[in-house]
Ligand binder design. Structure first.
Ligand code: GLV
Length: 332
């Protein structure tokens, strides 16, 4: 009978997905990631793995787990997994798209608003007992979000959900993506395609919604910040390494751009010390994109369903390495 290892604490309710299948699940009741060698040792005899984005699944890990047939990442991004190596090893990789789209778009918008209107600064000011009277030139003077131009770098499901929210704020929405939408979809969504440089030059807010790939790593570097408006703000809820964090800190300090709202970091959970020093118009969050109870529960359930499906001879709903699809389906 198949056995599944869960590398870190998840929402227990998700394990209901295995009921009646005879699959045994061993849940590691700890919310810290295991060091690589310990993860290899712990998972080495299992057929299925449910893991988190803080677990690195590379060729060495796969070689140590010869029985493994499926790795389900409880995240939409899967840059922590060497997918070509998994495909070579015949291991199905799945992620959790869709169920976290709206929660992540909500958070991106919250971060944009918090940065533009300096909400954490206002909160800290009040709690410090410094709010003595209302004044015209308020300390936390912000910039308008309504009517501003938003540039979306990446227009997948989350980028589109952010575009829909931006319409409610009467924003002009530009996007840049490797794939341009058909004109009709652009019209319906109310977005206009822009080359990367144009997106940078015209946007008041640039929000990152692309996956981390070789082609997107450090796409936001010193040259990109130099091309942005000095009043512009960068919002990142995607993956930290898409932004060169040291270059961002320098750009903020030198006034090349005006602010940043970041939910992800280049060497997460570490944050560039220079960024931590910047308190005005810089909002830093601990990777909260999908952090609502409902969303995290659905992500865990989806990951559990994927593992169950592969181990019972079905194609999972969210297979990443689709090359393996035919091999996953049990014969008659
Ligand atoms: C979170 O960052 C995710 O990829 O789901």
């Amino acid at each position: 009978m198949s056995r599944v290892f869960v590398s870190q604490e998840i929402v227990d309710e998700a394990l209901e997905e295995f009921e009646g299948t005879g699959i045994t699940v061993d849940l590691r009741r700890d919310h810290t990631p295991l060091p690589a060698a310990e993860l290899r040792a712990a998972a080495s005899t299992y057929d299925g793995l449910i893991c988190l984005l803080t677990d690195r699944i590379d060729a060495e890990f796969l070689a140590a787990c010869p029985r493994l047939r499926v790795v389900a990442n409880v995240a939409v991004g899967y840059d922590n997994i060497d997918v070509p190596a998994a495909t070579r090893a015949g291991v199905a990789v799945t992620n959790t798209p869709g169920v976290l789209t709206d929660a992540t778009a909500d958070l991106a918008f919250a971060l944009l608003l918090a940065t533009a209107r300096r909400i954490p600064e206002g909160d800290a000011f009040l709690r410090a007992g410094r709010y003595t009277h209302w004044r015209v030139n308020q300390e936390q003077m912000g910039v308008d979000v309504h009517g501003a131009t938003l540039g979306l770098f990446g227009l997948g499901q989350i980028g589109r959900a952010v575009a829909r929210r931006a319409r409610g704020f009467d924003m002009t929405v530009l996007y840049h993506d490797v794939q341009r939408l058909p004109a009709e979809d652009e019209r319906e969504l109310g977005v206009t395609y822009a080359e990367f440089d144009e997106l940078l030059a015209r946007s008041d807010f640039v929000s990152v919604h692309a996956p981390l790939l070789d082609s997107t790593r450090h796409r936001f570097d010193a040259a990109a910040f130099a091309a942005m408006k000095p009043t512009a703000m960068l919002i990142n809820t995607a993956r930290g390494p898409i932004v060169d964090e040291a270059a961002l800190a320098a750009a903020l300090r030198e006034g090349m751009i005006a602010g940043a709202g970041l939910d992800v970091f280049e060497r997460e959970p570490e944050v560039d010390a220079l960024l931590l020093e910047l308190r005005e118009r810089v909002v830093l969050l601990p990777h909260l994109g999908s952090a609502t109870g409902t969303t995290r529960r659905e992500m865990c359930r989806m990951a559990a369903r994927s593992v169950r499906d592969v181990l019972t001879g079905k194609r999972p709903e969210n297979l990443v390495n689709t090359e393996l699809a035919d091999r996953l389906v049990a014969g008659p």
